[in-house]
Design a protein around this ligand. Structure first.
Ligand code: SF4
Length: 213
C-alpha cells in the first residue's frame, strides 16, 4: 500500500482510496482467505501519514473524513445489480445462487419470458426490499455508543452475516477494531499537527436520511 502512495506521487495522482479486500466467488471456493484487518489498518495509517507528506488524500471505507451516512452501502437502498444468470442482488459480493447469503441479498430476477410489450419480465420482492431497508445505523443497537457510527454506519452487511451465527446486525469485531485504530490514529496525528485535515472542497457532501419514523 505504501508503494502505491509512492507510485501515485511519481504520477501526480492527488487522491487514493484503499479498501479491505473481501474474498468471494471462485477465490473463496478455492480456499483463499481475507487479508488480516490489523495489517490493513496499520498499512492504511502509514499511507495516511505518507499521503499527507506528499499532499495526497488517502481515504477509503474505514478511513477518516467519510461522509456522514445512515447506511454503509447501497444494500439498504435496494441497489439492483443483475447477475449474468438473471438474479437481482443488492450486494456486489453476493452474485451466485449457491452463496449462503443469496437468500438475504437477492431481491428478484429478470425472467427470460417477456411482457406483452416485449420488455423483460422483472420480479422484485417488496418484502426483501423492506427488510434490507432497515439495515441502517438507527436499527443497530450494538453501534449506539460508538463514536464512529455516523461514518461507519455499521460496516459491511455481508460481513455481518458471515460472522458465526451472524445476522444483518451482527458486528464484525475485526472491522470495528480496524475502524477505530485508523480513526484514532488519524485524529492523534491531526492533534499533534503531524498532518492537516483534508480541504473541505474535496470531501463528499453530508447525506443523512432519517428512516426511523
Ligand atoms: S466501528 Fe463497529 S461499533 Fe462502530 S459503527 Fe462501525 S460497526 Fe458499529
Amino acid at each position: 500500500m505504501v508503494g502505491t502512495v509512492e507510485m501515485a506521487r511519481e504520477h501526480g495522482i492527488r487522491r487514493i482510496q484503499f479498501g479491505p479486500i473481501e474474498i468471494t466467488g471462485r477465490a473463496k471456493k478455492a480456499g483463499v482467505v481475507n487479508p488480516d484487518m490489523k495489517v490493513f489498518a496499520k498499512n492504511l495509517i502509514d499511507c495516511v501519514r505518507l499521503g499527507a507528506k506528499y499532499g495526497i488524500e488517502v481515504s477509503g471505507p474505514i478511513s477518516p473524513d467519510l461522509p456522514l451516512r445512515d447506511s454503509y452501502c447501497g444494500v439498504a437502498g435496494g441497489q439492483p445489480i443483475v447477475t449474468p444468470e438473471g438474479h437481482i442482488t443488492t450486494c456486489v459480493e453476493v452474485l451466485e445462487e449457491d452463496d449462503p447469503l443469496a437468500e438475504t441479498f437477492f431481491i428478484g430476477s429478470v425472467q427470460e419470458k417477456e411482457e406483452a410489450d416485449g420488455k423483460p419480465l422483472v420480479q422484485i420482492s417488496d418484502q426483501q426490499l423492506d427488510r434490507l431497508s432497515k439495515r441502517r445505523i438507527q436499527y443497530i443497537p450494538n453501534c449506539d455508543a460508538c463514536f464512529l457510527k455516523r461514518q461507519c454506519a455499521g460496516g459491511c452487511p455481508a460481513q455481518s452475516l458471515r460472522q458465526e451465527n451472524g445476522n444483518l446486525y451482527t458486528l464484525d469485531e475485526s472491522w470495528c477494531d480496524a475502524m477505530r485504530q485508523v480513526n484514532e490514529a488519524t485524529i492523534r496525528m491531526r492533534v499533534d499537527a503531524e498532518i492537516q485535515p483534508i480541504a473541505p472542497s474535496t470531501r463528499s457532501e453530508f447525506a443523512f436520511t432519517d428512516h426511523s419514523s
